[in-house]
Design a protein around this ligand. Structure first.
Ligand code: 5GP
Length: 116
């Protein structure tokens, strides 16, 4: 990944393009999705561009756990604490940015899009 063109998320992390940043740590950044699919739709993104998807991120369980923890913190801060955490993995599953990110979806109409 790092040898490829920087992802849109790397450009956001590097402040080359703007985003609505809701949280940031040394390892992670969280932004509002530009095309929200729920009342609350955030993306929690590891700053490292070394992981294409959540399967690769699972090689670093501590970092994966930080993503989950930040998702929970943000769902409590911006919604009622209940949320759906989605990692699209592979183009056929809807992944369009190959720099791992978690979708944090919350809000009263979420059950209308129930997947299972
Ligand atoms: P994926 O389809 O890879 O699971 O998710 C990528 C997400 O990134 C999409 O929900 C899309 O709306 C969001 N996205 C793409 N480009 C931008 C951008 O420039 N800014 C923000 N805030 N979100 C973006």
């Amino acid at each position: 990944m790092s040898a490829e063109t920087p992802s849109i998320f790397s450009k956001i992390i590097d402040r080359e393009i703007p985003a609505d940043i809701v949280a940031e740590t040394d390892d992670l950044i969280a932004i509002r999705d530009i095309n929200p699919q729920a009342e609350l739709h955030l993306l929690v993104i590891p700053k490292s561009a070394d992981f294409r998807d959540v399967v690769e991120l699972a090689e670093e369980p501590e970092l994966l756990a930080k993503v989950v923890k930040m998702a929970g913190d943000l769902a409590r801060q911006y919604a009622d604490g209940e949320f759906r955490l989605v990692f699209n993995t592979g183009a056929a599953a809807g992944q369009s940015v190959f720099h791992v990110h978690a979708h944090v979806l919350a809000g009263p109409t979420l059950d209308e899009g129930k997947l299972v």
